[in-house]
Design a protein around this ligand. Structure first.
Ligand SMILES: NC(=O)c1ccc[n+]([C@@H]2O[C@H](COP(=O)([O-])OP(=O)(O)OC[C@H]3O[C@@H](n4cnc5c(N)ncnc54)[C@H](O)[C@@H]3O)[C@@H](O)[C@H]2O)c1
Length: 346
């Protein structure tokens, strides 16, 4: 397959790019190289003749038209987005522009190209979204694909908006789409403003490890390389017009996740032990959803996918990767906003 991956210089997009090239697919990586991007994420495949890179912004329709007519992809995997909830609280405009208007542009560029190619049935537009569109759960229950949308942050509202556009382009114009809504990812190449790398790098530096609120917020943790496998499977075998929830089957309270990371750090960086002493509770994020949990029945029963690593093992691999890849993360610490408390505005 020839796959156009948007956001392929980001965290999840780069995992998709690396896996797709390793499996012999031709990949065009389209990315605007925002603060969250890093071409080092795709260095392992950058020299492959299956790989090419297009620096472009999904808000720029003319650039998208040029890229579609140059490459004529069989599949679009759309991951480009503004992705950090705290930044969406401080500056929602960029989220509306990229996540909603950018997705609209990409849909229109894809549709124009699909029509010019004779509307091939095999074409796929795969939109990668989040479980945050479903809102917050109580103590029990899980999100299914039928759960009503109830987004509560500018980020999740913008992703919900893009999901609706993608469904509408299928129903109205017949564009062959599939959608996925996944839970919190973690793993290698994760930008150091998100919880897991923040904890690892603060612990390594012997600095306070910030935990929002009482640390009781629950997420369903998905190892990014497992997610990439699921995404390629949905792109190849997912039923047209259908959405699939992807979870890690690993629900954990933030505080327990942080303690597990600290325990791995104690083992791999004994000089700083016990790292747990660095845990510091800080003011909660406004509108912080309490619990997310995914019911993975559809993707498991229809496509036979299940996560391959437990959160314990995935965190061990992740901590070890950060300890061995200082050259990757150190330059990112000077990027705008990294290491600062964002998203406190109430
Ligand atoms: N990280 C998670 O836990 C998670 C969970 C659920 C869903 N998602 C979704 O998965 C996708 C990828 O997330 P991620 O964590 O890899 O994000 P990321 O922030 O690491 O990467 C996003 C990439 O998109 C690019 N980008 C941003 N705006 C762009 C624009 N206007 N034009 C072109 N490129 C642009 C950035 O340069 C970056 O490389 C997003 O759509 C996100 O909503 C992420």
């Amino acid at each position: 397959m020839k796959i156009l991956v948007t956001g392929g210089a980001g965290f999840i997009g780069s995992a998709v790019v690396r896996l797709a090239v390793a499996r012999g697919h031709e990949v065009v990586n389209l990315d605007a190289l925002t603060y969250a991007a890093n071409l080092a994420n795709v260095a392992p495949v950058a020299e492959s003749n299956l790989y090419s890179f297009e620096e472009a912004d999904i808000r720029d329709r003319a650039a998208l038209d040029r890229i579609f007519s140059t490459h004529n992809p069989d599949v679009v995997m759309h991951l480009a987005a503004e992705s950090h909830v705290d930044r969406s609280i401080d500056g929602p405009g960029a989220f509306i522009e990229t996540n909603i208007l950018g997705t609209y542009n990409l849909l229109e560029a894809a549709r124009a190209n699909w029509i010019s190619q004779g509307r091939p049935e095999s074409f796929r537009f795969h939109h990668i979204s989040t479980d945050e569109v479903f809102g917050s759960l109580g103590e029990t229950g899980q999100f299914t694909e039928e759960t009503p949308y109830d987004p509560r942050s500018p980020y999740s509202a913008s992703k919900a908006g893009s999901d609706h556009l993608v469904r509408a382009w299928h129903e109205t114009y017949g564009l062959p789409v599939v959608l996925t809504n996944c839970s919190n990812n973690y793993g290698p190449y994760h930008f150091p403003e998100k919880l897991v790398p923040v904890v690892i790098l603060k612990a390594l530096a012997g600095k306070p490890i910030p935990v929002y609120g009482d640390g009781g917020n629950i997420r369903d943790w998905l190892y990014v390389e497992d997610h990439a496998v699921a995404l390629l499977l949905v792109a190849e075998k997912g039923e047209l017009g259908r959405s699939y929830n992807i979870g890690g089957e690993n629900e954990a309270r933030n505080i327990d996740l942080v303690r597990t990371i600290c325990a791995h750090m104690d083992e791999m960086n004994p000089a700083g032990a016990p790292h747990e002493r660095l845990i510091t509770f800080v003011t909660d994020r406004p509108g912080h959803d309490r619990r997310y949990a995914i019911d993975p029945t559809r993707i498991r029963d229809e496509l036979g996918w299940r996560p391959s690593v437990t959160v314990e093992e995935g965190l061990r691999r992740t901590v070890s990767w950060y300890l061995e890849n200082r050259d990757w993360w150190e330059p990112l610490l000077t990027r705008s906003g990294v290491g600062q408390r964002l998203g406190k505005a109430g």
